[in-house]
Design a protein around this ligand. Sequence first.
Ligand SMILES: [Fe+2]
Ligand SMILES: [Fe+2]
Length: 150
Amino acid sequence: MTTPARNVSDFLGGDHRRLDAILSAVEGLVQSGAFVEAAARFAEFVGGLSRHIDMEETVLFPAFEEKTGMANGPTSVMRAEHVEIRRLLGVLTSALALSDASAFSMADRQIHEVLGAHNDKEERILYPLSDRIAGGERERDELVRKMQAI
Ligand SMILES: [Fe+2]
Ligand SMILES: [Fe+2]
């Protein structure tokens, strides 16, 4: 039996959903003052989101840039937003290490703003377009395989 072919939209969109759920759990833990557990779950979020960004920057974006010939288009905007997202991950990690609920919630609001808009753009434009221009079912599956190898 062969497994059904995968695509970028389902794979990375699903990863957005998985990561959102971890962040919600962290927020709940911070609200109940469980900073040690919150920090542990947040480390999982940082690891997952860093890998997600690495998969995009080292596999998906170069493939998109090669297919479209656009190196200064949507992928360069996404890369710049990744820099801001990574910065906020650092701020949030420090806030949790200091058990500082107000610093956490301030940076948490910011990451929701940035990440919400960022993920939305990827899911509405970049992922569907990447799937469309990949070439075919086999090429889409190959993109997912390469990302999973990161
Ligand atoms: Fe991204
Ligand atoms: Fe993404």
